[in-house]
Ligand binder design. Sequence first.
Ligand SMILES: NC(=O)c1ccc[n+]([C@@H]2O[C@H](COP(=O)([O-])OP(=O)(O)OC[C@H]3O[C@@H](n4cnc5c(N)ncnc54)[C@H](O)[C@@H]3O)[C@@H](O)[C@H]2O)c1
Length: 262
Amino acid sequence: MAGKLKGKTAFVTGASSGLGLADVIEFVKEDAETVIMVSRNPKKLQEVAMIASEYGNSRILTYQLDVAREDDWRKVTELLNDKVDKLDVLVNNAGINKRDSFRDCTLKDWNRIISINQTSVFLGMKYCLDLLKKSNNASIINLSSITGLTGYFAVAYTASKWAVRGMTKSAAMEFGKFGIRVNSIHPGFINTPLNESIKDLIDATKGMNPLGRAGESMEIAKAVTFLASDDSSYMTGAELVLDGGLTSGGQFKIIADQFNIY
Ligand SMILES: NC(=O)c1ccc[n+]([C@@H]2O[C@H](COP(=O)([O-])OP(=O)(O)OC[C@H]3O[C@@H](n4cnc5c(N)ncnc54)[C@H](O)[C@@H]3O)[C@@H](O)[C@H]2O)c1
């Protein structure tokens, strides 16, 4: 039944595609009062905001915001003070990936990935805090990854996603007294534009995955909505893994298949 986010104001970064856009659509379907969509490309943002608005009656606000730029966070949160009286949900979703080994990762690429995937989450929580405090019942959802739980062959991406997982727990400790919950989401391989170029790699992981397939954006958005809603009212500092079971022992599944154990 719709209505899980009734009366809530939500802020989603990287909202113009993939998981961020799916979150926005799900929030609108669940009757959020206001959804604030931010991303780097204002034209694309306008286009997808039109699409999202067809799913319900939420007020949708869009702002250009590069998550790695402190000035952008300062500017947008100042503008928001005149538009909303509180924030109930912050989804730190924007991110990029570049699969470089230690040998190939340049310092320039390292700094770019860390600033967009990691520093952004710090800035997002820091600059939205005052508005989130006004909710008395807010929820922050930080997009980590299964690569925030294991090693992976993309060193900077992996480092950034472990950092997001750690920062989430620090924030949960610090913000609990304001009624703000903070949790991390850990998707496995999901069909989004981020993974367009690695379809072969994703196919190769299917044998390790108990559900035998990649995930879809809406399957992650439903979990983000659960964390955004009051249904998760006693959950903070936690990790929600949505990977079809990949990290539950995928390597053993391959062995089991090979030796006909099941
Ligand atoms: N798709 C997956 O398999 C998967 C798995 C685990 C985690 N994730 C994480 O989920 C999040 C969303 O990924 P996605 O798959 O939807 O990717 P995507 O490429 O479809 O979307 C990423 C969004 O972030 C935005 N973005 C990138 N850099 C930005 C910046 N500097 N400022 C503002 N916006 C910026 C892009 O414009 C885009 O809208 C990312 O943090 C990603 O690491 C994705």
